[in-house]
Ligand binder design. Sequence first.
Ligand code: HEM
Length: 348
Amino acid sequence: MDRSYARRTQRGESIQGLGGGAFPALLLKGWVGRLGGLQAFEVTAQLKSIKRQQLLDMKCSTGELQVESVCRTLYNAFPSLMQHLPGPHKMVFSSCEFMCSFIRKEVENCQKGGVSQEQKDYTHLYLAQIDKEKIDSTTTFDEDNLVQVIFDLFAGGTDTLVATLSWALLFMVAHPNIQEQVQKELGSALSPSKLVCYEDRKRLPYTSAVIKETQRFSNVILFGAPRVCVDDMNVLGNFIEKNTLVIPDLCSINLDPKLWETPRQFNPNHFLDKDGKFIVRDEFLPFGTGSRACLGKHIAQVELFVLFTSLVRAFTFRLPEGVKEVNTEPVIAAVLHPRPFKLCAVPH
Ligand code: HEM
């Protein structure tokens, strides 16, 4: 892992350079994408920044086009016809091809360097597994699968995190008293010279509650992956026939008035008991549940915690001069982002 990058990220150097001026929240995309790359293959750290940006832009266009475009419906209905017609779906394909060829090159670079036991990034571990299972004719571990899995991790893990972090900062701007309380807790629980680590969450109940509440209230993924019911069954008095397609409606849980005291308000107390201690809520399901639940849940929780606490520790976020209102209506797409907004990061 590129430690100097992690350190610079925690100090928020790219935002510091803006001197408290307004910047688009989309700047977060570079940070999060870069962290995803570091988990998959260390060599990403050597990529020229232009190539990295191209990769992130591609990922963005893949995500945006997936749901918003009418083309998607047409493509699903007439795939063989649409393949021959121009349209935004072509951009999705070229984005995917670009990403896969980029990943393939990185995998080849890792292979050229040899597979050593000391190298612990995902690609090296996967390559070692391919080596181990070579003699097994039924193995599913091969280079093509490796490329696809890394693609899935990138695709699943960037937009979701960027959206959640953007919401977190927007909520801090909308609720300056909550931001102040987070900064107070961070200031008293952490020594100024120490970098934040995930273990620190145990001493930061209020901050942890703010992060969970951000996820509950922003609902960045409305629906889980579709499943097919394998047997006739009864769920809470509702009969579900074998082979029925089931789509989990995560929003119905995250905003259920029977489960949450003030479901339609940003309220970190949903995750705190009367003594201010953090409480784990089983009803909190932003990552879905069951065997198709989010594969990156643990990485996401660590990244969200470290990035959010580092940012709010280093800066006070506020609206640019003259802007009075915060728009918390989402842009409806595969991943719900806030509408584009600008922030000022004033060094704290
Ligand atoms: C705040 C961040 C994230 C949120 C809110 C989120 C949410 C979700 C949700 C709701 C699902 C569908 C679960 C279901 O159907 O039950 C999912 C699936 C998935 N997520 Fe995430 N995710 C996040 C971050 C990540 C990260 C960082 C990665 C990878 C590093 C990742 C990789 C995946 C993958 C591969 C799947 C598909 C799992 C499958 O189909 O079996 N996600 N995510």
